[in-house]
Ligand binder design. Structure first.
Ligand code: PMV
Length: 342
């Protein structure tokens, strides 16, 4: 399987993302804060295909198709040759198919149906973003695909347009996404996000470092968001109060980030984590990593994303980063990344 693209290529890429404050509550209208994580990336490359071939997808550097979770399995089974398959054979709810179809409808000249005038191209997708870990892999892959197809058709969509298209893809497999993932990833900058209010850039008064640790356990956003919704229906007052408290924390955290007081912001991570625990979205593995980070000197730590699995983040002084990273590895983290917020 050819995993490198040659001449006449059109490329799109996108970073991962990390939610600092406000996950879950953001679905219910509260503000949230997220930043791009540029140390991990999704990349899509378009090259010309054989005449009459239509669109072929080649997914390199991704787990085997049958294990990909958020990514598609063509025809409901593992493909004959790695992760190479024709768009025509992809399942109707395949998010990659969704991203390609939306991009073709928006960027190709005529209103061409996906099975009608498909271009003859090969779309090669690579990603270093761990899947289903709260780092925005699905939105980043969709963003990279949409940007590469826009380039192929000679278009230069705005960040807002890309974000809107990725949001449509997110709805295919997340159910009720707030829109924070597509926004922070399409704009590639820190955002203060309120559902339905579009993008508000977040000014970072003084750069700070975050340590991200992957628990190694997948987290299904759709499932966890669905569970929180059921609980909210069962105990509306209790959950509304939790969402309100988280929203209040996100508003204060925004001020601390803008004024460069990241240590006070880090303290709020602990408060946000306590509320996420009360909401029932943490897990023993996440709690263990958070405790390890705090014991090794992190100023604050919390889970990030939907929870139950996925990643935690910890804010630490620069001189403590190595110790915090080491403690997280010793506590069982599958991967540790350090990212700078600026
Ligand atoms: O798990 P992730 O990275 O997809 O983040 C989900 C964030 C939630 O607030 C739980 C859901 C949403 O749509 O905002």
């Amino acid at each position: 399987m050819e995993c490198t693209a040659e001449a006449d290529t059109w490329v799109g890429s996108a970073p991962g993302k990390l939610i600092l404050f406000g996950e879950h509550a953001v679905v219910y209208g509260q503000p949230a804060i997220a930043v791009p994580v540029t140390g991990v990336q999704a990349r899509a490359t378009v090259t010309g295909g054989e005449a009459g071939s239509g669109v072929w997808l080649v997914c390199c550097d991704l787990p085997p198709c049958e294990d990909r979770g958020l990514l598609p399995t063509p025809d409901g089974g593992a493909p004959a040759s790695g992760c190479r398959y024709a768009l025509r054979g992809a399942a109707a709810d395949d998010p990659l198919r969704g991203a390609v179809a939306l991009a073709l409808a928006r960027f190709s000249d005529a209103e061409r149906g996906i099975s009608g005038m498909e271009p003859d191209i090969v779309l090669t997708i690579t990603s270093t973003i761990p899947i289903a870990r709260g780092l925005g892999s699905g939105a980043a892959v969709a963003t990279a695909v949409i940007r590469s197809l826009a380039a192929y058709f000679g278009r230069q969509p705005s960040n807002d347009e890309v974000s809107g298209l990725v949001f449509e893809v997110e709805k295919l497999f997340h159910g009720t996404p707030s829109g924070i993932d597509n926004t922070v990833i399409a704009y590639q900058q820190p955002v203060y996000f309120v559902r339905g209010e579009g993008m508000t850039p977040l000014r970072v008064g003084s750069p700070f470092s975050l340590v991200i640790a992957d628990s190694g356990a997948p987290s299904s956003t759709r499932e966890v968001v669905g569970t929180v919704r059921q609980r909210w229906h069962a105990e509306p007052q209790r959950y509304d109060a939790l969402f309100d408290s988280i929203g209040a924390i996100a508003r204060i955290a925004r001020r601390h980030i803008e004024t460069g007081d990241w240590r006070s912001m880090a303290g709020l991570m602990d408060e946000n984590q306590a509320l996420l625990e009360q909401m029932g979205v943490s897990s023993p593995a996440l709690d263990r990593l958070i405790e390890a980070a705090r014991s090794a000197g992190a100023v604050g730590a919390k889970l990030s994303g939907a929870g139950r699995g996925g990643c935690i983040l910890a804010a630490a002084e620069r001189h403590a980063i190595a110790a915090v990273s080491g403690a997280l590895r010793s506590a069982g983290a599958a991967q540790v990344l350090v990212t700078e917020v600026a």
